[in-house]
Write a protein that binds this ligand. Structure first.
Ligand code: NAP
Length: 664
């Protein structure tokens, strides 16, 4: 949802602390605000400040641009009246922020009362009221059939969601285990107990919110923001030395930035944004953490599309693409060869029937011999050699000594020789996969390059600005999504409207279509302090441009240089005058990345990508142009280099699977 003038927001706890700051920040965007709070004097002041901020957006209004509604959120009648009041004035509800929260007024272990004024009241304000307000906001948004966002302000904590019963998930608390986790750090018992209760309540809010992710289908996104210590009345009660040890107070600007990200980023639903001074903005749980407990429902597993036959016919011969002449023009360098299929299979080897092969920018480097070391004569002596880097298919036969790999099982390979109907590879090179589908091919070279390089070469964390070039291509599409999933702001370059549309759909914050805008100008104007990480795969002028846009401490990862691969005489190395001086001046890093040097991480990262895809957190765009059979490989390689492709270019090697490819 774009934060723009004319939207309306309902903010509980709006009179002070985070709620107050959010009311004013929303008004600065021209959003109408209802300040809901118990405290009349401070609430009216915030409403008046918000009106002042709103002045520049609205004139001649017949209603106030901000109002104060006195409300004790632990009283359901008063909550109902506050929502009615908002609707009467603004006629609808776009944003609901549940920010009201208190610390527990008594030490739980010493509390001799029935809790009605102490822990029960705290639960009522911090948890029950959040559920009540969320419930009412959803009903209003559903009835209006308009998109809406609910942001619950939690605290730095998280657990497991339960989509089937959010209330159960919200009310389940585990006092003892969390008490142990927190108690290491607090000086006095009083602090332990009061913070403990606050944590338990927000834990409920986190799980309640995360369990509501499916409302996204109705256009309603409910997210939770979990800041660590923010300088408010609530944090005053915590030992300042402890806060220092935790990295200090989170600034209010960061809290506002996180809240606005959850409001505006359409891909965020049931999301929990953890905000700390130590690590910035980070989505919780991380995909790796989540994969430990999430069971993929069978309904989602069918996101993979192909139907796997139970037996594999083995013919007497098969077709493959071989490189006969070293040339960066793939078509001139290669030919289709029919080869005999020799049985039995060598010991410890596997015969794989290829169904889909992936097309890569580097196919032209491979056909020109650039990937082999040695003199031109030494490289020429390898001719002819088999082309193609990656494929998925079915295991057709296994040699002696092969254990745990069964005939008929789906598998992937990332070895040379994938542009072939069959290929024989050592069993240790087989990557078992769930389905032999185009999406899995895309996750191989393209997906793994993004996943491993962002972790290892870019050392990506969260809360940073990440720039991705050729972002709508095979590997770029993964880089933008992984950077978003890690909690970063993503800027992406591409050439063309279709690509820009794909990137917006993938959640990119700022798409720069260089056919419409000048990349350099956009970066200079909108990111004056520079970008923190660059995932660069175009090379040439794009490298220079991105490097000049790198922030102090920035890391630029050289993934490739597609613009240089097909010069008149092939790939010519470039000089980068002054590179060292520039790196020195800004403590920057330029890191190279070559996937074949990270084979030890392939299976782990592939499993993680497949998992993210299976649970719907990762999209895989396959270019819709159909390439069928080994005879179409050269067309597919040229198509990728034409700059027209959107997403991963895939060749369906077995025509009997092309019907399914067409549906994708
Ligand atoms: P891709 O991104 O799907 O390539 C197609 C896109 O590249 C095009 O849509 C176009 O995007 C851009 N492009 C194509 N020709 C170009 C040219 N002459 N000048 C400028 N841009 C051009 O291809 P990919 O296979 O995923 O590879 C992308 C890059 O990653 C390549 O540099 C490749 O070598 C590298 N890579 C490296 C590794 C590694 O281990 N280091 C692994 C895989 C890939 P826009 O016009 O929209 O920008």
């Amino acid at each position: 949802m774009e934060l723009k003038p004319g939207l309306s927001a309902f903010v509980t706890g709006g009179a002070s602390g985070i709620g107050r700051a959010l009311c004013i920040a929303l008004a600065q965007k021209g959003v109408f605000v209802t300040v809901v709070d118990f405290s009349e004097e401070r609430g009216k002041e915030v409403a008046s400040l918000s009106q002042n901020e709103n002045l520049k957006f609205h004139s001649g209004l017949k209603f106030p641009s901000a109002i104060f509604v006195r409300c004790d959120v632990s009283n359901k009648g008063e909550i109902a009246a506050a929502f009615e009041n908002h609707l009467e004035v603004y006629g609808g509800l776009d944003i609901c922020i549940n920010c009201a929260g208190i610390s527990t007024p008594a030490v739980f272990q010493k509390d001799q009362t029935d809790g009605s004024r102490t822990w029960r009241h705290a639960i009522d304000v911090n948890l029950v009221a959040v559920i009540d307000c969320t419930h009412r906001a959803i009903r209003i948004m559903e009835a209006a059939k308009r998109p809406g966002v609910v942001i619950n302000i939690g605290s730095a904590s998280g657990l497991y969601p339960m989509i089937t019963d959010p209330i159960y998930s919200a009310s389940k608390v585990t006092f003892l285990s969390n008490f142990r986790q927190m108690s290491f750090s607090f000086n006095s018992f009083t602090e332990k107990a009061s913070l403990l209760l606050r944590v338990e309540e927000t834990w409920g809010v986190v799980m309640f919110t995360r369990s509501l992710a499916p409302y996204k289908r109705k256009g309603i996104r409910i997210n939770v923001l979990c800041p660590e210590f923010v300088r408010t009345d609530l944090a005053e009660k915590v030992d300042s030395k402890f806060i220092e040890r935790m990295g200090g107070y989170v600034s209010m600007d960061t809290v506002i930035q996180g809240t606005f990200e959850l409001i505006s980023d359409e891909s965020k639903a049931g999301s929990c944004l953890w905000v700390t001074n130590r690590r910035g903005l980070e989505y919780w749980p991380t995909p790796t953490e989540e994969s430990k407990y999430l069971v993929v429902p069978s309904r989602l597993r069918t996101r993979f599309s192909s139907v796997v036959p139970s037996t594999v016919q083995i013919p007497q011969s098969f077709e493959k693409i071989t490189v006969h002449t070293l040339n960066h023009n793939f078509r001139s360098a290669t030919s289709i060869v029919r080869a005999p299929l020799r049985l039995p299979i060598k010991p410890n080897h596997v015969l794989l029937k290829i169904i889909y092969a992936g097309v890569n920018a580097s196919d032209v480097n491979f056909s020109s011999g650039s990937y082999f070391s040695g003199s031109k004569q030494e490289i020429s002596s390898r001719l002819p050699f088999d082309a193609g880097f990656e494929g998925v298919g079915l295991i057709a036969a296994v040699g002696d000594g092969v254990k745990n790999l069964k005939v008929g099982s789906p598998a992937a390979i990332m070895t040379f020789g994938a542009y072939a109907e069959f290929t024989m590879v050592p069993a240790k090179h087989i990557l078992p996969v769930a389905r032999p589908d185009p999406e899995v091919v895309a996750m191989l070279t393209s997906g793994l390059t993004a996943s491993i390089s962002l972790e290892k070469a870019a050392q990506m964390e969260s809360g940073k600005i990440v720039l991705v070039t050729a972002a709508a291509g095979g590997t770029g599409q993964f880089a933008v999504q992984l950077a978003k999933l890690a909690g970063n702001k993503v800027v992406a370059t591409c050439g063309g409207k279709d690509k820009a549309m794909l990137l917006r759909d993938l959640g990119v914050d700022r798409v720069i279509d260089y056919k419409e805008e000048v990349i350099k100008n956009v970066l200079k104007k909108e990111f004056p302090k520079g970008v923190d990480i660059v995932y660069e795969s175009v090379g040439g002028e794009m490298f220079d441009l991105c490097f000049n846009a790198l922030a102090v401490y920035g890391r630029m990862v050289v993934i490739g240089m597609i613009s240089q691969y097909q010069g008149e005489h092939g790939w010519k190395p470039r000089n980068y005058t002054g590179l060292c001086e520039k790196l020195l001046a800004k403590s920057q890093t330029v890191a190279g990345f070559f996937l074949t040097q990270y084979t030890h991480l392939w299976q782990q990262h592939l499993d993680s990508l497949v998992h993210l895809f299976s649970v719907g957190k990762l999209k895989v765009a396959i270019d819709p142009k159909s390439f069928v059979g080994v005879q179409s490989v050269a067309d597919a390689v040229e198509y990728l280099h034409s700059g027209k492709s959107v997403g991963k270019v895939v060749v369906c090697i077995d025509p009997s699977f092309s019907q399914q490819a067409a549906k994708l």
